[in-house]
Design a binder for this molecule. Structure first.
Ligand code: FE2
Length: 299
């Protein structure tokens, strides 16, 4: 099939869907799709510049080591070094460095995020203001061959490649054999990011991202990523989703399972989700003061 770039959606940094806009609008938050941009080569995202601004990042995470697809977050060694040192050794140290909230560092970074937010809002159409909240830009700098293990996120994500090559495997977020209802419920109670199950590879669609390409990763879509042979710099452009009865139902279901119940998965029956949300809030209001009083008495 010939792919026709949806040029009518092009922006100053060239954000553009590969497939027609109407198709990507339907896929948004349901299925992955590729985009293109012109940020590769932009001085803001070159290694020297990132080395210079890393200390201003509001929030930084890094680790380094050999990682496999089923590794758990938090189990990967964290080097006892300043972030600048880890970045300067990135060609050889197996590192994965995230500079978070880059849009807060300077107006130049904010402008990139603002433009992309406007692009996503245009793609979604009316009501986007209420669906795509708290835009955040993360810069990810990582070593040749470095793997990002199997996980899913609550945010809507767009992964944009700036330097180097990435292989990205993305599963359908509605595939409950890959990410189960219990996995999602656990996420909203314990920040668990999913459990790798053998054979999941056959459920994924793979993408190769070259500089100038990006891919949309919907909320709850399991994914894992492997760098090519060079250092990689990419952007993770995220939006939070509004928190509503669906999320309360996920949290309520987790509690119900603790009591041996088998609740209807959240998202299947809006009325039941609303009821669970009301009960959860009432329970929190009742139990909250009781627990704090108990804590005071125990002291
Ligand atoms: Fe992710």
């Amino acid at each position: 099939m010939q792919i026709i770039p949806a040029r009518e959606n092009a922006t100053p940094h060239g954000w553009c869907t590969l497939e027609p806009v109407a198709i990507c609008r339907d896929k948004l938050q349901k299925l992955p799709f590729k985009l293109t941009h012109s940020l590769a080569g932009n001085p803001l995202f070159q290694i020297d510049q990132l080395l210079a601004v890393a200390k201003y990042a509001k929030n930084v995470y890094f680790d380094a080591g050999n990682v496999s697809i089923d590794d758990r977050w938090g189990n990967i060694p964290v080097p006892n070094l300043p972030v600048e040192e880890v970045i300067s050794r990135v060609e050889n140290n197996g590192a994965w460095i995230i500079l978070k909230e880059m849009e807060k560092i300077s107006p130049e970074y904010a402008a990139v995020m603002d433009e992309f937010t406007a692009f996503v809002h245009g793609l979604y159409g009316e009501g986007a203001d209420e669906r795509f909240l708290k835009p955040e830009m993360l810069v990810i700098i990582s070593s040749p061959g470095r793997l990002t293990p199997f996980h899913f996120d609550a945010e809507v994500n767009f992964l944009a490649q700036i330097i180097g090559e990435k292989h990205v495997w993305i599963c359908d977020p509605s595939d409950r054999t890959v990410v189960t209802d219990e996995d999602i419920e656990k996420y909203y109670n314990q920040q668990n990011v999913g459990t790798y199950r053998k054979g999941v590879e056959t459920h994924a669609t793979s993408y190769v991202l070259q500089p100038g390409e990006a891919v949309h990763i919907p909320t709850h879509a399991a994914h894992w990523i492997k760098n090519g042979n060079g250092v990689s710099v990419s952007l993770s452009l995220n939006f939070e989703q509004p928190f509503g009865a669906y999320h309360d139902a996920l949290r309520a279901n987790w509690i119900m399972r603790k009591f041996g119940m088998r609740p209807l998965p959240a998202g299947r029956d809006a009325r039941r989700d609303k009821l669970k949300s009301t009960l959860l809030k009432a329970g929190t209001r009742t139990l909250g003061p009781m627990l704090s009083k108990a804590r005071t008495l125990i002291k």
